[in-house]
Structures are given as structure tokens and as C-alpha cells.
Design a protein around this ligand. Structure first.
Ligand SMILES: Cc1ncc(COP(=O)(O)O)c(C=O)c1O
Length: 401
């Protein structure tokens, strides 16, 4: 591969900290993880952060903490990764899919409103069968790292008494403001619970990992408890001089804790978060410069009231120009030694959801018509100007073919 889809940015500092952790004799959740949590909470400006072994675990614990019940409904974008919806199914509750905005590809809040109105009126809504429980929550996802319209989501949530749980797997850091004269607000401060991912290709990484942040003491306590077998507080200390051998199991919890080895990587990555962000932003600026004017490409844009994290650079093909289609475009990149991906086939078109809920592709027409046009180009902090030129030259060459 001349330019891989992704390459993580790991320096000697991450390596040193992992080695120090290994030498310390404490490998699992412990003091390094507690530091990482405190630092991440400070970085985003939230009161609590609970370190977990994935964003999926964070979303699961968030739904547990709000008391989601079997049969309840949760609004979820169809244009998202499997995790956002599967966690609803863990409770035998129903993910109610919502179409996406044609530009941002985040959940379309006006479509969400229509869905809620129809549910309230008892009208038919794709994928929702009677009888059903309450609509409890909405899980907006910040597509590619650009925040959803959080004001519109909060207004809707207030009107319909929904808890907002943000899927911020792509988004660290990112900011939003209500208008050009309003203050910037950081991701992690705009929802009841915000869930981050530290998977290998994310904005910051621990290999695998995640974090749930909240300002709410009770939600934080419940997530912390359930992250480690439902064992009474600070069970992780039980083998240290600070702890005691005694613990109580007060709920049937999960094994979702993040290890100190992973947190050692995470602490350094968090210190480097702004530097990594700058590097991704510079790459995006180069992409814009080199791809502007190529026929049949729609490039992602940063909204004036957002600071994009630029986790992904997802472009859209005009299939009237790129007659051979998206798959041929990605194959053409591969032949030229360039990795690419697609984010995503909408969930309502995936076999499990299609067969379980009887969806047709056109139930969510915006997402369905976007998906054959989507290509995610390589974007990672160590990408050089030459790498970007290699990708752009390949695309320009394919445009001429
Ligand atoms: C939008 C979204 N949500 C959730 C996840 C799950 O993250 P994790 O792999 O940390 O569980 C991902 C992972 O790629 C994602 O893209």
C-alpha cells in the first residue's frame, strides 16, 4: 500500500508509558485509568468520565443507567455504525431508525420529530410494532466528527421527554455553537451522557477502549458500578493497600473496565489530542485544495458553527459522472495502492434489521440514496503532503479514464 486507509500515530512516549505500566506490576484497571478519566473529564469539561473497554460498552451502560426496559423505543440514525443500534437490542428494546440529513449525514432532527409525532398519534412507523413501551432516548451520532445540531436535538428531547445519549465515537475534540456570536461548546458537554471511542483508528486511541462522560452523579455511579460486575464501589482497589478484600455484588454487571496498559496509551494520546487534530485538519485542507474542481466529487465541509474533529474524510460521488460506480472507484484506488472505506451501509438495509423489522431501502430514502455514493478516503495524523497528492493524483487520473 502506498497510502493505507489508516495508520495510528504512536510515539516513543506512548511506548515508554506502556513499559512503565508493565514494570509497575499493575496491569488491569487502577491508578493510571483513574488519571486518564480525570484528564479526559477535564479536557472536555464534564464532571465525570468512566473509562471502558469500548464505545459500544459506553453506549450499553448509558442505556442501562437511564433504566431502558424491554419493549421501549430509542431513536437512532440509520446512517451509523452497528454499535449505535445493537446496544438497544441488548435490552430487547427497539431502535427506531431515523433518516439522515443529506449534507451532514447526521440524524435528521425534523425527520425524528415526524417519527415522534406519528408514534404519539398511533400512526404506522417503519420498524415499530404494537404494543410498544415508551420512547425513552435519542442517540445522535456526530458523523465523521462534525457535531449534530445539538440545540435542535435538545429542544426535541425536552418536548418529548427523551434522554440524549451522544455517540461521539468520531469526535474528540469537536465544538459547536448556536450561532456566530454564541460561545463554543465542546463535545462531551451537550448531552446527558456522551460516549467516546478509542478504537485503533479513532481521533485518540488505546487500541480498543472508550469512555462515557456525564455531569450527572447518579448516572456516573451506575455506569461505574455496572462496568465491573456490579461490584460495590472501588472494587478495583481490593488488591491494593487502599482497598479491602470485601466487596458486594449489588447488580448483575458487565466486564467493561479499561486496563491501565490501555490507559497508559490513552493518557499520552490525550495530551497529544490537539496536535493530532491539527495534523488531521492540515490534511483536510490539502485534500480540499487538491480535489476542488474534480468533476463529480462532493467534498465534506465544515459548517460555520462547528469545529469538525475530522476523524473521517468521506466524499460523495455523483454517479452521473462516475458511471462505473463507487465500488469501481474504490477498486481503482486499491489498484493504485490506496486504501479506502465506506461509512456506511445504512443499518435498515443490513440483513439483521431488514429481516427483523421488514424494512425496505426506501423507508429512509436519503440514507439509501447516499450509500452507493459514499467513499471514505485515507485520513490520519501522519499523512504527509505527498500522501495526499498521491490520493488526489489517483482520483484525477481515474476522472480522466
Ligand atoms: C459511530 C460509531 N459508534 C460506535 C462505535 C463503536 O466503537 P467501539 O469500537 O469503541 O466500540 C463506532 C466504531 O467504529 C462508530 O463508528
Amino acid at each position: 500500500m502506498k497510502v493505507p486507509f489508516y495508520r495510528p500515530s504512536i510515539t516513543e512516549r506512548e511506548i515508554e508509558q506502556v513499559v512503565a505500566c508493565l514494570r509497575s506490576g499493575w496491569l488491569t484497571t487502577g491508578p493510571v485509568t483513574r488519571e486518564f478519566e480525570a484528564e479526559l473529564a477535564r479536557y472536555v469539561g464534564a464532571k465525570h468520565a468512566v473509562a471502558l473497554n469500548s464505545c459500544t460498552a459506553a453506549l450499553h451502560l448509558a442505556l442501562d443507567a437511564i433504566g431502558l426496559q424491554r419493549g421501549d423505543l430509542v431513536l437512532v440514525p440509520t446512517m451509523t455504525f452497528a454499535a449505535t443500534a445493537e446496544v438497544v437490542r441488548y435490552f430487547d428494546a427497539t431502535p427506531v431508525f431515523v433518516d439522515c440529513d443529506p449534507v451532514t449525514q447526521c440524524i435528521d432532527v425534523s425527520a425524528a420529530r415526524t417519527v415522534l409525532e406519528r408514534i404519539r398519534a398511533g400512526d404506522r412507523v417503519a420498524g415499530v410494532t404494537q404494543p410498544h413501551g415508551r420512547v425513552r432516548a435519542i442517540i445522535p451520532m456526530h458523523y465523521a466528527g462534525q457535531m449534530v445540531d445539538v440545540d435542535a436535538v435538545s429542544a426535541l428531547a425536552a418536548e418529548y421527554d427523551l434522554v440524549v445519549i451522544e455517540d461521539a465515537a468520531h469526535t474528540l475534540p469537536a465544538f459547536t455553537r448556536s450561532n456566530t456570536s454564541a460561545p463554543w461548546r465542546a463535545v462531551g458537554t451537550t448531552a446527558a451522557i456522551t460516549c467516546f471511542s478509542f478504537y485503533a483508528n479513532k481521533c485518540i486511541t488505546t487500541g480498543e477502549g472508550g469512555m462515557a462522560v456525564t455531569d450527572d452523579d447518579a448516572l456516573a455511579d451506575r455506569m461505574r458500578l455496572m462496568s465491573l460486575h456490579g461490584m460495590s464501589k472501588d472494587a478495583w482497589k481490593r488488591y491494593t493497600s487502599a482497598g479491602s478484600w470485601y466487596y458486594e455484588v449489588v447488580a448483575p454487571g458487565f466486564k467493561y473496565n479499561l486496563t491501565d496498559v490501555a490507559s497508559a496509551i490513552g493518557r499520552v494520546q490525550l495530551e497529544r489530542a490537539n496536535e493530532l487534530w491539527e495534523a488531521r485538519r492540515a490534511t483536510v485542507a490539502r485534500y480540499h485544495e487538491l480535489l476542488e474542481g474534480v468533476p463529480g466529487l462532493e467534498l465534506p465541509r465544515e459548517h460555520a458553527d462547528r469545529r469538525h474533529s475530522w476523524h473521517l474524510f468521506s466524499i460523495r460521488l455523483d454517479l452521473g459522472v462516475w458511471h462505473a460506480g463507487r465500488d469501481a472507484f474504490i477498486a481503482g484506488l486499491k489498484e493504485r495502492g490506496i486504501g479506502a472505506s465506506v461509512h456506511w451501509m445504512p443499518l435498515h438495509m443490513q440483513p439483521y434489521y431488514r429481516e427483523t423489522y421488514g424494512f425496505a431501502a426506501e423507508d429512509f430514502p436519503v440514507a439509501a440514496s447516499l450509500w452507493p455514493r459514499l467513499v471514505t478516503l485515507p485520513l490520519f495524523p501522519g499523512m504527509t503532503p505527498e500522501d495526499v497528492r498521491t490520493v488526489a493524483d489517483a482520483i484525477r487520473e481515474m476522472a480522466r479514464d
